[in-house]
Design a protein around this ligand. Structure first.
Ligand SMILES: CC(C)(COP(=O)(O)OP(=O)(O)OC[C@H]1O[C@@H](n2cnc3c(N)ncnc32)[C@H](O)[C@@H]1OP(=O)(O)O)[C@@H](O)C(=O)NCCC(=O)NCCS
Length: 169
């Protein structure tokens, strides 16, 4: 197995393979249904659904950024991130996340939020969101809600994160 993952934006033809990755990673179709619902939602931003492939083009990982808001300020939500179980912990998830963040920065985005494991996401620049006065309307461990700003000229705003409708938050 190679650890040199290739990343690119998903194309229309990738949807079934992305769905298969997300279903396999989470053991239930809920997150895959969420991805499909987000594709049909105004929160979807072309170019910010990133796949990681092996050298032969096989899709093994996926990271998705969609529009959310911190208070009234536009931001991005990183969710879900998924890697085929047999390829987990080989860098595919990290590659997809870094490529998604790079693509967002290139599009002129400033802020990204993530709800996830506090041992994983800080390596990409995320830190505890509550330190910036950022909150969430559901009960989650404080350290699980994280955020990042791409540049110091645009510091994170405070406010409650408002998710796209398909998240149901
Ligand atoms: C979480 C996930 C996307 C990470 O992708 P990955 O390609 O397996 O991870 P990478 O190879 O990029 O990074 C490996 C590191 O992530 C850590 N890691 C992997 N899954 C983790 C998890 N669920 N929680 C905390 N850390 C995790 C590994 O311990 C390893 O840490 P180290 O570098 O300090 O040794 C992937 O494991 C996955 O699909 N898991 C199931 C679905 C899920 O939980 N998604 C995240 C919630 S949206």
């Amino acid at each position: 197995m190679t650890n040199t993952w290739i990343t690119r934006a998903e194309t229309g033809a990738d949807s079934p393979a992305v769905r298969a990755i997300v279903v396999a990673a989470f053991d239930t179709p809920s997150e895959a249904d969420l991805v499909d619902a987000l594709r049909a939602d105004p929160a979807w931003i072309d170019g910010l659904s990133i796949v990681a492939t092996d050298q032969d083009g096989k899709l093994v990982g996926h990271a998705l950024l969609t529009r959310c808001h911190i208070g009234d300020t536009p931001a991005l939500c990183l969710a879900p991130v998924a890697v085929l179980p047999e390829y987990q912990k080989t860098g595919a998830g990290s590659a997809a996340i870094r490529a998604a963040l790079d693509a967002a920065r290139d599009k002129g985005e400033h802020y990204v939020t993530v709800l996830g494991h506090p041992a994983y996401y800080p390596r990409f620049g995320f830190s505890r969101a509550s330190a910036y006065g950022i909150g969430i309307s559901i009960d989650v461990p404080d350290e699980a809600m994280m955020a990042l700003a791409f540049d110091s000229g645009h510091p994170l705003p405070g406010g409650v994160v408002r998710y796209a409708a398909p998240f149901g938050i």
